[in-house]
Design a protein around this ligand. Structure first.
Ligand SMILES: [Zn+2]
Length: 126
């Protein structure tokens, strides 16, 4: 019987041993939950809320990555205009690819009640 993880804080441990030619994934949260339930124990895995200042907002982080990427691209384009493509590439490397904001993975989206911000929606979705 496969375990479906519905834990509040999914947590897996992944280890690789190339000499064995194996990778192991241990579903720690579910393991802790099952052990607590089977043995009537508590406290094997304790999930507590972080203070607000330590919490991150997925949309804001993605928007910051996009802004930073746009600044890098603009800097490259400015160097190209002023110095030419060859010099821009010499000084700054290849022209950076613009970053595209990403949706959170499904497991996270489901747990935080993710909704794509209105500003992210394409015209066809409005
Ligand atoms: Zn779990």
């Amino acid at each position: 019987m496969a375990i479906e993880c519905t834990c509040e804080f999914p947590r897996r441990s992944i280890a690789i041993n190339p000499f064995l030619g194996k990778r192991v994934v241990i579903n720690l949260c579910c393991l802790a939950r099952v052990v607590e339930e089977q043995f009537g124990l508590a406290g094997i895995m304790e999930v507590t809320d972080l203070p607000a200042e330590e919490c991150a907002d997925w949309a804001k982080v993605e928007e910051a990555k996009e802004r930073s990427s746009q600044e890098e691209v603009a800097r490259w384009d400015k160097a190209e205009r002023e110095l030419g493509a060859e010099q821009a590439q010499y000084l700054l490397g290849n022209r950076p690819q613009p970053y595209e904001k990403k949706e959170p993975p499904g497991w996270l989206a489901a747990r935080v009640g993710w909704e794509r911000p209105k500003e992210w929606r394409r015209n066809s979705e409005r």
